[in-house]
Design a binder for this molecule. Structure first.
Ligand SMILES: NC(=O)c1ccc[n+]([C@@H]2O[C@H](COP(=O)([O-])OP(=O)(O)OC[C@H]3O[C@@H](n4cnc5c(N)ncnc54)[C@H](O)[C@@H]3O)[C@@H](O)[C@H]2O)c1
Length: 278
């Protein structure tokens, strides 16, 4: 599944949520392969610095501040990319928001909505805009970052599970709709990688289980058949393959990249109830 140097030569690639974590790893990977990478993130300063880091490593990149939950900003983003670069070959929908650990019975309207907005609706907005340009070009490839939670839901993060399952369904639907135009759409489902996102979720789970962070890290490691946490490069390698010519006959695929981990199915114990629960 490895992609060699130059696998992304002459590709114009947009990566969302690229200021840090997996998105930054993907941007580095595509740039190393020769792509011109447009790195998009809500964090303006951080994405500018991240793009400078990719350029410093010898790649071609620019940082753009945009909010994927804003339909108008997303339309403008892709219009600007095509105006500046003449085409859009690759879209990686990586921006996503983890859920605060909470049972469905305790989940607020606002938090449910925010997680769905960023993780699912933001992916839809970007797929729709880029899909229109790619359909017109009759070329292009999209990789949506889902999660193993999108296949096997974990307890206490329902909004996130639902959003990521939605990303899988969106991927497979769009793959069918754009196949006639030669546009490929696939999804990658990462397992645990120790980014800011995962650190936040882990610390909340540690609290609820009354164990230390180190114990939690070790528990997760032991649950992974290949015996180690993932690295951003593990995810970037799979994403790079899917948007390279080596994957020319793959569309509508959902590729798990998780060291063999299928999901976490532990059921939480009973909690004391209060009147406010009703
Ligand atoms: N880290 C993991 O273990 C893991 C596992 C499975 C799936 N994922 C998925 O991979 C993706 C990247 O995860 P990560 O661990 O790098 O997360 P992260 O939180 O470290 O990075 C996410 C980036 O997205 C940006 N972002 C958030 N909302 C945005 C918005 N509205 N518009 C534009 N940018 C926005 C953030 O500013 C941040 O830079 C996410 O979709 C996540 O759900 C991560």
């Amino acid at each position: 599944m490895a992609t060699g140097g130059g696998a992304h030569e002459e590709q114009v690639a947009v990566v969302t949520g690229a200021a840090q974590g997996l998105g930054l790893g993907i941007a580095h990977h595509l740039a190393r392969g020769g792509a011109q990478v447009v790195m998009v993130d809500l964090q303006a300063e951080k994405v500018t610095a991240a793009a400078a880091e990719v350029v410093g490593a010898g790649g071609q990149a620019e940082g753009v501040c945009a909010d994927v939950t804003c339909s108008d900003q997303v339309k403008k983003l892709f219009r600007d990319v095509v105006q500046r670069h003449g085409q859009i070959d690759v879209l990686i929908n990586n921006a996503g928001l983890g859920q605060d650990v909470a049972a469905i019975t305790e989940l607020s309207d606002e938090h449910w909505q925010r997680v769905i907005d960023v993780t699912l609706t933001g992916t839809f907005f970007c797929c729709r805009s880029a899909g229109r340009w790619m359909r017109r070009q009759e070329s292009g490839t999209i990789v949506n970052i889902s999660s193993i939670n999108g296949i096997n839901p974990a307890a206490l993060v329902a909004a996130y599970n639902v959003a990521k399952a939605g990303v899988i369904s969106l991927t497979r639907t769009l793959a069918l709709e754009l196949a006639a135009y030669g546009v490929r759409v696939n999804a990658v489902c990462p397992g645990p990688v120790y980014t800011d996102f995962n650190r936040r979720v882990m610390s909340q789970r540690c609290e609820s289980l009354a164990i230390t962070e180190d114990e939690m890290i070790e528990r997760v490691r032991q649950a992974i058949p290949l015996g180690r946490w993932g690295e951003p490069a593990d995810i970037a390698n799979a994403v790079g393959f899917l948007c390279s010519r080596s994957a020319a006959w793959m569309t509508g695929e959902v590729v798990r990249v998780s060291g063999g981990l299928e999901g976490v199915s532990a059921a939480p114990p009973k909690q004391p109830l209060t009147e406010a629960d009703l």
